[in-house]
Structures are given as C-alpha cells and as structure tokens.
Design a protein around this ligand. Sequence first.
Ligand code: AMP
Length: 284
Amino acid sequence: MSTDLNTISKLADLQSQRSKWRHNNQIIALVPTMGALHEGHLSLVKLARTAASKVIVSVFVNPKQFTQGEDLDQYPRDLAADLDKLKTIGADLVYAPDVEQIYPKGFSTHISVTGISEGLCGVSRPHFFDGVATVVTKLLLHCAPDIAVFGEKDYQQLLVIRRLVADLDLPVDVLGGPIVRESDGLALSSRNVYLSKTDRQSAPLLWKALIETRAQLLQGVPMQQAASQTSEQLIKAGFILDYFELCDARTLAPIHQYEGKPARLLIASMLGRTRLIDNISVIG
Ligand code: AMP
C-alpha cells in the first residue's frame, strides 16, 4: 500500500487540516517521534491506525531533551526515508516542525513532572524528562489528538506522559505499544546505528540479562542478588551500567524482592559511545 502523505511544518497548516478532520468527526491519533524511523516506530503507527481514523506522526528532534555533550548534533536524521516508510503503512500526515515553530524566540516555559521522572533515567539525565514533557505538551496542543501513542521501550517516559496528561486534564487517551526487537533480542532504537560491529554483537546481552534476572526474581531470589550475577557478565562484556532496577510497574517505586505485584525490570547502560535502555515486565 502506498498513499499520499501530507507533510506539514507550520502550525497554521496543521490547525487547518485538523479542523477539517474534526468537522468530519474523525478520530485523530498522534505518534510523536524524533525520526530515523524503524519498525518500533512503525508498530506504534499501526497501533494508532487500529484506534483512530487519522494518524499524525510528528518528527522532531527535540533539543530540550539533550544536554551539552550528548548526541543532538549527531542524532540520525533522514526525513525523506522516514516519509517513504510512513507512506507504506498508511499514516495520514507528518508534522515536521522546525525548532522555531516549537520554541519561538523568547520561549521560557518548561513543564516538569516531579516524582516519577526523578529516578532511573532522571538521575543521570536530569534535564531529559522536562524536555520530553515540554515538547509532548506542545505537540499535544498543536495536534489536539484524541489518542497519543508511545512505546514501552521508553517505559519511564510513558509513565511520565500518563502522569502529565492526568495532571493537566489533557483530553487525550495515552496508549502504550510493546517493544519491537531484533531477532537476537536487541530492542530497536534509532541510536543502534552508533554501535560498532563488536558492540552490536554484545548489545543483545542487555536483553539476555533482563530475561535471566527475571527468571531468578520469579523464583524468589532478591533483586540485589539476581542483578549482581547478570551485571557482572555485562560489565565483563564492556557495558558501563547506569542502572538496573526492579520497580513497581505503575509508580516505579523500587522493589527489593518480587512478591507478585506487577513489576518492571529496567536497565540502562553505555556500550562504547551508545546509551542503551531496555525493560521487561515481571508478572508471575
Ligand atoms: P524516539 O524517536 O526514540 O523518540 O521514539 C519515538 C517513540 O517510539 C517513543 O514512544 C518510543 O518509546 C517508541 N519506540 C522507540 N523504539 C521502540 C521499539 N523498539 N519498540 C516500540 N516502540 C519504540
């Protein structure tokens, strides 16, 4: 299937398209992305399709979620390739604003979701979730979707956005889509292109560590003990671990021993110059 795909960069054009759709009682879904699209992103677009009659995909590399020394300048960008992929799966509109459209001169507001954004990735990247919450709020206001779809790949981010939407009474349903993986278990990520050949071979060990640790947790082994064995293997393979935590699946409060309540095992690590994150549900 290949369809026409309207690409819009100006808010006024987006608003005009959106009012036409609203007038025709269309259900609109938004899938926010930073581009460099892969099958993980496309799975979210497909999920959005099942829930809505019109699907907007935003492509915007958000400078506010990067800090100095991070990879904003090197972040992969290829809008033409993104459009080709989106055409084949039936997205209806791509919103690709430039930085000035989202952050006009003098922009001084930021959205900060406290609590849930403070642990895990919020420790080593303290700027990150404010950047995400700010841009997602703007994208939701610009696109005014009925549904917004995010990946469980960024599990903490998904919960931060659910909190944001609940706290601000934003009229949108948030859907989470499952993680799409390579056949060897590595979670798809736009940043995987940074991996050297050797690091790419080691990268699936992160997924293996999650699976092995989960098996031990389900047998009643405390998190610290379960994680120390698998972490050791990762460190030997060259990973520099940022965190490896078992958390309540809804609040992300740390858990020391799995006791049957829905939990999530989350991990983040540097491998070479690439930051990898992954997570898995723990339900006995
Ligand atoms: P990004 O372009 O990395 O900001 O990601 C845009 C959206 O795609 C986010 O909601 C991510 O959680 C989601 N996403 C990224 N990688 C995957 C994956 N492997 N499987 C499912 N969703 C993903």
